[in-house]
Design a protein around this ligand. Structure first.
Ligand code: URA
Length: 305
């Protein structure tokens, strides 16, 4: 990659080094050829089983098979899924969400009451970006500003994220002349702010997962950047720390996925920015088809943290 003076300046301002690509691997292929998840992520994502490959773009009906009320219903809440009818309702909700198109998905998120967060949020935070983007960034949950403004990552962490994306000429802008390769769709694992920014609870992650899953299936990104432990929990069904999972390419519904630190963590631990930058560069290599199945990441030999 040729770095413009502006990009180099931006990287220096962030304390990051310009990425000079390692020798490209000869059999660089499509993202599909990238290495499968290592054995560290123990089980296949439930989402892998629930929906077909993300790259199969279906022509979804508006809302098929279930009413919008059923989608929003607390009866389909994971909290209530201990008995069989509730589990069936949960499965039906998941399948119904998997058939929604963009407008219907947005409506379903707005009307959702499947967990208690709908009672305390100002508004749901659906996601932002162009729906045809090669990149998808997945964060944790809306914070105070996001809850007020209805857009993910608009606070300090979001500014850092935008800077890092801009250094790779990527943008969250939904409008504009950028080709899909430069576009990012940003979404959170939870669409509603947890009170006082507390950690997402397992039932909340479970209730919101079908929305994120559908967003990914509709965007069909070439790379997913999972930021922080809750994005990892939701997408990889893994409780491993970020430091153990980063530095290699995982998969979610067939889409290559790279794990990295959450920008809020980077604000508290700026020394880790270099690793996060390495992660972005790894993701860029995947998108650009420069990584063979067995290629280690640029810093794979460093110890995991
Ligand atoms: N942190 C997140 O994970 N998401 C946001 O939208 C804001 C902060």
């Amino acid at each position: 990659m040729i770095w413009s003076a502006r990009q180099q300046q931006m990287l220096r301002a962030m304390g990051l080094r310009p990425w000079s690509r390692a020798a490209p691997v000869p059999q660089a292929g499509e993202p599909e050829k990238v290495a499968a998840p290592s054995t560290e992520s123990t089980s296949a994502p439930a989402s892998d089983r629930a929906v077909g490959p993300a790259r199969t773009r279906a022509a979804p009906p508006h809302v098929a098979g279930a009413s919008a009320a059923a989608l929003a219903s607390p009866a389909a809440s994971p909290v209530a899924a201990a008995d069989e009818p509730a589990a069936a309702a949960l499965a039906e909700r998941r399948q119904a969400i998997a058939r929604l198109d963009w407008p219907a998905l947005r409506e379903a998120v707005a009307a959702c009451s499947a967990c208690t967060l709908h009672g305390t949020r100002t508004q749901p935070v659906f996601g932002v970006g162009h729906t045809e983007a090669h990149w998808m960034v997945v964060g944790e949950a809306p914070g105070e500003q996001e809850d007020l403004q209805g857009e993910p990552f608009v606070g300090a962490a979001g500014q850092l994220l935008d800077q890092m994306l801009a250094a790779l000429s990527l943008t969250r802008a939904a409008e504009g002349p950028q080709p899909p390769a430069q576009r990012v769709f940003i979404a959170n694992t939870l669409k509603c702010r947890p009170p006082r920014n507390r950690n997402p609870q397992p039932d909340e992650l479970l209730a919101c997962e079908p929305f994120l899953q559908r967003q990914i299936a509709l965007v069909q990104p070439r790379i997913i950047l999972a930021m922080g432990r809750f994005a990892i929990q939701s997408l990889l069904q893994s409780n491993e720390p970020v430091g153990k999972l980063r530095g290699r390419v995982h998969r979610y519904q067939g889409v290559p996925l790279v794990v990295t630190y959450h920008p809020a963590y980077l604000l508290r631990s700026p020394a880790e920015k270099a690793r996060a930058w390495d992660d972005l560069c790894l993701a860029a290599q995947v998108v650009e088809g420069e990584l063979s199945p067995s290629s280690p990441s640029p810093d794979a030999s460093r110890s995991a943290r």
